[in-house]
Write a protein that binds this ligand. Structure first.
Ligand code: SAM
Length: 282
């Protein structure tokens, strides 16, 4: 009996065809079948590489129905390369069902890494990268999108969004409304392509730069937005102490004691006491 085939998850360029890896090229030429999101699109890539590997369409509408047939081919010893139109499959692209099913049945799944717009944008955005959160596409409906942004308002991680060109302006407005115009951001347009551009600064500045760029209304966009400033560890404690003392004492006295207990500055404690309206009887 044949050894089972391998499912290769192959990343392809997000614009510049030179970004295909030589390993990806070898795999695409060696497998029995390429399962592609769009066979015409991936056919052009294969032709560019001088390859004639057979293609089969695997997109979000037929993935569930095709999984069994593809697993049967793996079982029969044929290796398969999974491709999306651009970048890394499964990242806001089809393929999850196939990869999960292949793992469940014990087939070998091998990633062939390469371009991914989120990571490419993040690597050049000049925003913190030690912790980031990939949000992909937010809902197209304005109300649902704003609800999600409200949930993310206090997230301290750098946020990465994909967005369709016709919604980028609206998305920037929603981001500014939810996070404040002063939040730092970087919008990456047409990464790795001829008109690659970055718009960087506060959300208000990014919006203005994009509006001023004659090419700013065209292309593909990835948005990177800084996380919310981390609340200092002592802030919550100071607030709690000010609140408790303020229930019994005048604001100035509550602030003086709270500052001594927590080590915070008296001015900070007093401002908190006033904001909380802790004056007895207030
Ligand atoms: N799987 C892909 C990846 O690994 O990046 C992403 C696929 S998703 C359907 C397509 C979205 O990715 C675009 O709408 C855009 O937000 C982002 N994108 C793809 N190529 C890009 C590029 N060259 N420059 C900026 N953003 C890009």
């Amino acid at each position: 009996m044949n050894a089972p085939g391998v499912l290769y998850v192959v990343a392809t360029p997000i614009g510049n065809l030179d970004d295909i890896s030589s390993r990806a090229r070898t795999i695409l030429g060696g497998v029995a079948l390429v399962a592609a999101e769009d066979t015409r699109h991936s056919g052009q890539l294969l032709a560019h590489l001088g390859l004639r590997t057979p293609l089969l369409a695997l997109h979000e509408h037929n993935e569930a129905a095709r999984v069994e047939a593809l697993l049967a081919r793996l079982a029969g010893g044929e290796s398969i390369a999974l491709l999306s139109d651009a970048g890394t499959p499964l990242i806001s692209d089809p393929g999850y069902r196939l990869v999960a099913a292949a793992r469940e049945r014990g087939f070998t799944v091998t990633p062939i890494p390469g371009a991914c717009a989120a990571i490419t944008a993040l690597s050049a955005a000049g925003l913190p990268t030690h912790r980031f959160r990939f949000e992909g596409f937010l809902p197209a409906r304005a109300a649902a999108r704003r609800t999600r942004l409200a949930e993310l308002q206090h997230c301290p991680d750098t946020l990465v969004f994909y967005e369709a060109v016709h919604r980028v302006g609206e998305m920037l407005d929603d981001l500014a409304a939810a996070f404040g115009e002063e939040r730092q951001a970087c919008v990456a347009r047409e990464l790795t392509k001829l008109h690659e551009s970055f718009y960087w600064g506060t959300l208000a500045a990014v919006r203005a730069q994009l509006a001023a760029d004659p090419g700013g209304g065209r292309g593909e966009f990835t948005l990177v937005v800084a996380g919310a400033p981390e609340a200092r560890a002592g802030d919550a404690e100071l607030g709690r102490v000010v609140q408790l003392l303020g229930e019994e004492l005048p604001a100035a006295q509550a602030a003086r004691l709270a500052a001594r207990i927590t080590g915070a500055s008296r001015r900070e404690a007093y401002a908190l006491a006033l904001r909380a309206g802790t004056e007895p009887g207030s």
